[in-house]
Design a protein around this ligand. Structure first.
Ligand SMILES: [Fe+2]
Ligand SMILES: [Fe+2]
Length: 156
């Protein structure tokens, strides 16, 4: 299964957008940019849904995953007013993504609730649950490897 091909097929417009391209300059953790992290999370979502035979809207799964950290700032910058990044960034990501793209309800739910259980409102769709898991797996892998092929670290 060529997951990268599927990501490009369903999320090509997102990947090419100015907003998403700007994520290349924002580091998520270590040497992994938010752009790379979002790509790995989208691929991980597809892997999980395939491996566990979960019926999903593949297009929404890809698009929600690509946009889940679309908050568009560098949260490492001191005094940038982003002290509450961990709890607030899903809200910013949803606001920006809704401005730049047409999202359906599943995609909105995925972005809004990807930080569950830190943000206590639980996800409503299976695509959102897959994203929660995929995001944490990628963050863990990125933390452990510090570089990984798409590795990233803790603040999913
Ligand atoms: Fe993330
Ligand atoms: Fe996140």
């Amino acid at each position: 299964m060529d997951y990268m091909h599927m990501v490009e097929k369903y999320g090509g417009d997102i990947l090419a957008s100015d907003g998403m391209q700007s994520e290349k300059q924002f580091m998520q953790h270590g040497s992994v940019s938010t752009y790379e992290h979002s790509l790995s999370v989208a691929v991980m979502c597809l892997r999980l849904s395939h491996h566990f035979h979960i019926h999903v809207n593949v297009r929404s799964l890809v698009r929600g995953a690509l946009l889940h950290d679309y908050y568009l700032y560098d949260w490492h910058t001191p005094h940038s007013g982003h002290d509450l990044h961990a709890v607030m960034h899903a809200k910013y990501a949803l606001k920006n993504a809704s401005r730049d793209f047409t999202l359906n309800e599943v995609e909105r739910d995925m972005i809004a609730h990807h930080m569950f259980p830190l943000n206590p409102m639980p996800p409503r769709y299976r695509e959102s649950v897959i994203l929660c898991v995929a995001d944490k797996l990628c963050a863990l892998s990125e933390t452990v490897t510090r570089s990984g092929h798409n590795g990233n670290n803790s603040d999913a």
